[in-house]
Design a protein around this ligand. Structure first.
Ligand code: SF4
Ligand code: SF4
Length: 178
């Protein structure tokens, strides 16, 4: 099978450098507003700073995949003497918590790596370089399973929350209104 080159985009996170300023959250939500930069709301950001001031924890986490069900088991990490809570480093938009859900609709949010930008917006605005950007190329088999787009993931989330029939009824009603 033919091989293709694929660009892998990586954000390296140095949690020790993060000071919890939340500029990345503001800028991510602003960049993804419609139209871009028309508003900002850190609750809509696809990066969130998991914070525990008492334990001196500031952990930047980017939203990953949507999942319908929460995990059956969980892990706790202790790194450099700091104990992280069970879900702290998890990137999933899942039913067990409110993180990485659009606050008005409840639809899942996912980091798209600011795909058309040379450098992700959160990285550009992290002035203390807690976030840095790297790229590398990897060789892959040509046939890859197509990834669902944002709309497909959103519809799947709505259908699992409200039932497919209800979602279809709403879509039909909207289509009739034109
Ligand atoms: S901009 Fe950088 S330092 Fe500020 S919260 Fe985000 S990751 Fe942390
Ligand atoms: S890479 Fe882009 S989409 Fe992802 S968290 Fe950073 S600013 Fe948001």
């Amino acid at each position: 099978m033919a091989k293709i080159k694929k660009k892998i985009r990586i954000i390296k996170i140095d949690a020790d450098k993060c000071n919890g300023c939340r500029t990345c959250e503001v800028m991510c939500s602003s960049f993804h507003a419609n139209p871009p930069y028309s508003s900002n709301n850190p609750a809509r950001s696809r990066i969130q700073i998991v914070t525990n001031r008492l334990k001196d924890i500031w952990l930047p986490v980017m939203a990953g995949e949507y999942t319908e069900s929460e995990c059956m088991g969980r892990n706790k990490y202790v790194i450099d003497g700091k104990e992280y809570d069970e879900c702290d480093s998890c990137r999933a938009s899942c039913p067990a918590r409110d993180l990485f859900k659009e606050p008005d609709s409840g639809l899942p949010l996912k980091c798209d790596m600011c795909e058309h930008e040379d450098e992700p917006i959160c990285v550009k605005w992290c002035l203390v370089h807690a976030l840095t950007y790297e790229e590398r190329e990897e060789e892959r088999e040509e046939t890859e399973t197509p990834q669902p787009n944002e709309m497909e993931v959103g519809l799947q989330a709505l259908a699992s929350k409200h039932g497919l029939q209800k979602v279809m009824d709403i879509v039909n009603r909207m289509a009739k209104k034109g």
